[in-house]
Design a protein around this ligand. Structure first.
Ligand code: URA
Length: 231
Protein backbone atom coordinates (compact mmCIF):
# COMPACT_ATOMS: atom_id res chain seq x y z
CA UNK A 1 0.00 0.00 0.00
CA UNK A 2 1.33 3.45 -0.83
CA UNK A 3 2.08 5.78 2.00
CA UNK A 4 -0.41 8.34 0.73
CA UNK A 5 -3.18 5.77 0.85
CA UNK A 6 -2.05 4.79 4.31
CA UNK A 7 -2.17 8.43 5.35
CA UNK A 8 -5.70 8.70 3.99
CA UNK A 9 -6.73 5.84 6.26
CA UNK A 10 -4.95 7.44 9.16
CA UNK A 11 -6.91 10.62 8.55
CA UNK A 12 -10.09 8.62 8.26
CA UNK A 13 -9.63 7.44 11.82
CA UNK A 14 -8.69 10.88 13.03
CA UNK A 15 -4.95 10.64 12.95
CA UNK A 16 -3.82 13.89 11.50
CA UNK A 17 -2.82 14.53 15.10
CA UNK A 18 -0.88 11.28 15.10
CA UNK A 19 1.42 12.43 12.37
CA UNK A 20 3.07 15.33 14.13
CA UNK A 21 6.78 15.89 13.92
CA UNK A 22 7.43 13.55 16.85
CA UNK A 23 5.82 10.67 15.06
CA UNK A 24 8.42 8.54 13.33
CA UNK A 25 7.85 8.09 9.61
CA UNK A 26 5.82 5.06 8.66
CA UNK A 27 8.71 2.67 8.86
CA UNK A 28 9.61 0.92 5.67
CA UNK A 29 6.31 1.73 4.07
CA UNK A 30 7.06 -0.17 0.91
CA UNK A 31 7.65 -3.48 2.64
CA UNK A 32 4.56 -5.65 2.72
CA UNK A 33 3.20 -6.19 6.19
CA UNK A 34 1.79 -9.62 5.61
CA UNK A 35 2.48 -12.31 3.15
CA UNK A 36 0.41 -12.00 0.01
CA UNK A 37 -2.47 -14.45 0.04
CA UNK A 38 -1.03 -17.56 -1.57
CA UNK A 39 -4.40 -18.96 -2.47
CA UNK A 40 -3.03 -22.21 -1.11
CA UNK A 41 -5.65 -24.62 0.01
CA UNK A 42 -5.46 -25.76 3.60
CA UNK A 43 -4.26 -29.35 3.85
CA UNK A 44 -7.38 -31.53 3.88
CA UNK A 45 -6.63 -32.71 7.40
CA UNK A 46 -6.70 -29.09 8.61
CA UNK A 47 -9.94 -28.41 6.71
CA UNK A 48 -11.47 -31.24 8.70
CA UNK A 49 -10.05 -29.99 12.00
CA UNK A 50 -11.42 -26.49 11.34
CA UNK A 51 -14.81 -27.90 10.37
CA UNK A 52 -14.98 -29.97 13.57
CA UNK A 53 -13.91 -27.03 15.71
CA UNK A 54 -16.48 -24.72 14.12
CA UNK A 55 -19.19 -27.31 14.71
CA UNK A 56 -18.13 -27.80 18.36
CA UNK A 57 -18.30 -24.06 18.96
CA UNK A 58 -21.67 -23.70 17.25
CA UNK A 59 -23.33 -26.22 19.56
CA UNK A 60 -21.42 -25.37 22.74
CA UNK A 61 -23.51 -25.27 25.91
CA UNK A 62 -20.68 -25.32 28.46
CA UNK A 63 -21.66 -22.05 30.09
CA UNK A 64 -24.91 -20.16 30.49
CA UNK A 65 -24.14 -17.71 27.72
CA UNK A 66 -25.54 -20.16 25.20
CA UNK A 67 -29.02 -19.46 26.55
CA UNK A 68 -29.04 -15.84 25.41
CA UNK A 69 -27.17 -16.06 22.12
CA UNK A 70 -28.66 -15.86 18.65
CA UNK A 71 -25.58 -17.67 17.40
CA UNK A 72 -21.94 -18.24 18.26
CA UNK A 73 -19.27 -15.98 16.80
CA UNK A 74 -16.47 -18.28 15.76
CA UNK A 75 -13.99 -15.85 14.24
CA UNK A 76 -13.27 -14.77 10.71
CA UNK A 77 -10.46 -14.26 8.25
CA UNK A 78 -7.48 -16.06 6.79
CA UNK A 79 -6.89 -19.39 8.49
CA UNK A 80 -3.24 -19.09 7.48
CA UNK A 81 -2.87 -15.46 8.56
CA UNK A 82 0.34 -13.94 9.87
CA UNK A 83 -1.71 -11.63 12.08
CA UNK A 84 -4.36 -12.53 14.62
CA UNK A 85 -6.48 -9.88 16.28
CA UNK A 86 -8.15 -10.88 19.52
CA UNK A 87 -10.97 -8.94 21.13
CA UNK A 88 -13.26 -9.48 24.06
CA UNK A 89 -16.64 -10.92 23.13
CA UNK A 90 -19.40 -10.45 20.58
CA UNK A 91 -21.76 -7.51 20.99
CA UNK A 92 -25.35 -7.30 19.78
CA UNK A 93 -24.49 -6.81 16.12
CA UNK A 94 -21.91 -9.61 16.13
CA UNK A 95 -24.45 -11.92 17.80
CA UNK A 96 -26.92 -11.05 15.02
CA UNK A 97 -24.46 -11.49 12.16
CA UNK A 98 -22.27 -14.29 13.56
CA UNK A 99 -19.08 -12.38 12.79
CA UNK A 100 -16.71 -10.52 15.11
CA UNK A 101 -16.24 -6.76 14.97
CA UNK A 102 -18.99 -5.82 12.55
CA UNK A 103 -20.41 -2.87 14.50
CA UNK A 104 -18.96 0.64 14.84
CA UNK A 105 -15.97 -0.65 16.76
CA UNK A 106 -15.40 -3.10 13.93
CA UNK A 107 -15.35 -0.32 11.38
CA UNK A 108 -12.70 1.46 13.39
CA UNK A 109 -10.75 -1.79 13.75
CA UNK A 110 -10.85 -2.24 9.96
CA UNK A 111 -9.54 1.30 9.49
CA UNK A 112 -6.79 0.70 12.07
CA UNK A 113 -5.71 -2.40 10.17
CA UNK A 114 -5.80 -0.56 6.86
CA UNK A 115 -3.66 2.16 8.39
CA UNK A 116 -0.91 -0.42 8.78
CA UNK A 117 -1.54 -1.90 5.37
CA UNK A 118 -3.71 -4.86 6.30
CA UNK A 119 -7.06 -5.75 4.80
CA UNK A 120 -9.50 -7.33 7.23
CA UNK A 121 -9.50 -10.57 5.19
CA UNK A 122 -5.72 -10.87 5.57
CA UNK A 123 -5.89 -11.29 9.33
CA UNK A 124 -7.83 -13.68 11.55
CA UNK A 125 -10.13 -11.96 14.02
CA UNK A 126 -11.45 -13.78 17.08
CA UNK A 127 -12.60 -13.05 20.61
CA UNK A 128 -11.92 -14.39 24.08
CA UNK A 129 -15.59 -15.45 24.18
CA UNK A 130 -17.61 -16.95 21.32
CA UNK A 131 -20.97 -15.93 22.80
CA UNK A 132 -22.37 -12.55 23.68
CA UNK A 133 -22.53 -11.71 27.39
CA UNK A 134 -25.86 -10.09 28.31
CA UNK A 135 -25.88 -6.29 28.30
CA UNK A 136 -22.26 -6.37 27.17
CA UNK A 137 -21.05 -7.08 30.69
CA UNK A 138 -17.49 -8.28 31.23
CA UNK A 139 -16.85 -11.99 30.68
CA UNK A 140 -16.88 -14.06 33.88
CA UNK A 141 -13.86 -16.18 34.76
CA UNK A 142 -15.75 -19.45 34.29
CA UNK A 143 -16.97 -18.33 30.84
CA UNK A 144 -13.42 -17.48 29.83
CA UNK A 145 -12.20 -20.81 31.16
CA UNK A 146 -14.77 -22.82 29.19
CA UNK A 147 -14.14 -20.89 25.98
CA UNK A 148 -10.38 -20.89 26.26
CA UNK A 149 -9.82 -24.24 24.58
CA UNK A 150 -11.50 -23.00 21.38
CA UNK A 151 -9.28 -19.95 21.07
CA UNK A 152 -6.22 -21.98 21.97
CA UNK A 153 -7.03 -24.40 19.19
CA UNK A 154 -7.51 -21.55 16.70
CA UNK A 155 -4.13 -20.07 17.63
CA UNK A 156 -2.52 -23.48 17.39
CA UNK A 157 -3.97 -24.08 13.93
CA UNK A 158 -3.17 -20.64 12.55
CA UNK A 159 0.29 -20.29 14.11
CA UNK A 160 0.22 -16.51 13.59
CA UNK A 161 3.46 -14.54 13.47
CA UNK A 162 1.94 -11.93 15.76
CA UNK A 163 -1.13 -11.46 17.94
CA UNK A 164 -2.61 -8.02 18.50
CA UNK A 165 -4.98 -7.89 21.46
CA UNK A 166 -7.51 -5.09 21.61
CA UNK A 167 -8.75 -4.02 25.02
CA UNK A 168 -8.02 -4.92 28.61
CA UNK A 169 -10.14 -8.06 28.76
CA UNK A 170 -8.42 -9.66 25.77
CA UNK A 171 -4.93 -8.75 26.95
CA UNK A 172 -5.38 -9.87 30.54
CA UNK A 173 -7.09 -13.13 29.69
CA UNK A 174 -4.78 -14.11 26.87
CA UNK A 175 -1.63 -13.31 28.79
CA UNK A 176 -2.91 -14.40 32.22
CA UNK A 177 -2.00 -11.16 33.91
CA UNK A 178 -3.90 -8.53 35.85
CA UNK A 179 -1.77 -5.59 34.79
CA UNK A 180 -3.61 -2.42 33.76
CA UNK A 181 -3.75 -2.01 30.01
CA UNK A 182 -2.00 1.34 30.18
CA UNK A 183 1.02 -0.45 31.63
CA UNK A 184 0.90 -3.30 29.13
CA UNK A 185 1.05 -1.03 26.11
CA UNK A 186 4.47 -0.62 24.57
CA UNK A 187 5.67 -4.04 25.78
CA UNK A 188 6.35 -7.19 23.85
CA UNK A 189 4.72 -10.26 25.32
CA UNK A 190 4.64 -13.89 24.24
CA UNK A 191 1.53 -15.98 24.01
CA UNK A 192 2.00 -18.28 27.01
CA UNK A 193 3.74 -21.51 26.12
CA UNK A 194 4.84 -20.27 22.68
CA UNK A 195 7.15 -17.90 20.85
CA UNK A 196 4.29 -15.99 19.29
CA UNK A 197 4.70 -12.28 20.08
CA UNK A 198 1.74 -10.38 21.48
CA UNK A 199 1.26 -6.61 21.32
CA UNK A 200 -1.48 -4.93 23.32
CA UNK A 201 -3.57 -1.95 22.34
CA UNK A 202 -6.81 -0.26 23.30
CA UNK A 203 -10.19 -1.55 22.26
CA UNK A 204 -11.65 0.34 19.29
CA UNK A 205 -14.89 0.86 21.24
CA UNK A 206 -12.83 2.68 23.88
CA UNK A 207 -11.11 4.71 21.16
CA UNK A 208 -14.52 5.76 19.85
CA UNK A 209 -15.32 7.08 23.32
CA UNK A 210 -11.87 8.55 23.90
CA UNK A 211 -10.53 9.69 20.52
CA UNK A 212 -7.54 11.38 22.14
CA UNK A 213 -6.15 7.92 22.90
CA UNK A 214 -5.90 7.13 19.19
CA UNK A 215 -2.46 8.64 19.22
CA UNK A 216 -1.32 5.96 21.68
CA UNK A 217 -3.04 3.27 19.73
CA UNK A 218 -1.17 4.38 16.63
CA UNK A 219 2.08 3.96 18.58
CA UNK A 220 0.95 0.44 19.50
CA UNK A 221 0.24 -0.39 15.87
CA UNK A 222 3.67 0.86 14.90
CA UNK A 223 5.23 -1.32 17.60
CA UNK A 224 3.27 -4.28 16.24
CA UNK A 225 4.59 -3.57 12.74
CA UNK A 226 8.15 -3.49 14.04
CA UNK A 227 7.71 -6.72 15.99
CA UNK A 228 6.19 -8.41 12.95
CA UNK A 229 9.02 -7.31 10.69
CA UNK A 230 11.60 -8.60 13.13
CA UNK A 231 10.10 -12.07 13.00
N1 URA B 1 -16.02 -6.04 20.69
C1 URA B 1 -15.24 -7.14 20.79
O1 URA B 1 -14.37 -7.22 21.65
N2 URA B 1 -15.45 -8.10 19.91
C2 URA B 1 -16.36 -8.05 18.95
O2 URA B 1 -16.45 -8.98 18.17
C3 URA B 1 -17.14 -6.89 18.86
C4 URA B 1 -16.96 -5.90 19.73
Amino acid sequence: MTSSLQRQYLQLIGVDVWLDRNTPPLADEAAPLAKAPTGDQLPSRDVEVWRTLRKQVSVCTQCDLHRGRKQTVFGTGDQQADWMVIGEAPGAEEDRQGEPFVGRAGQLLNAMLLAIGLERQQVFIANILKCRPPNNRDPRPEEVAFCEAYLKKQIHLIQPKIILTVGRIAAQNLLKVETAIGRMRGQRYRYPGSDIPVVVTYHPAYLLRSPKEKRKSWQDLQLAMRVYREM
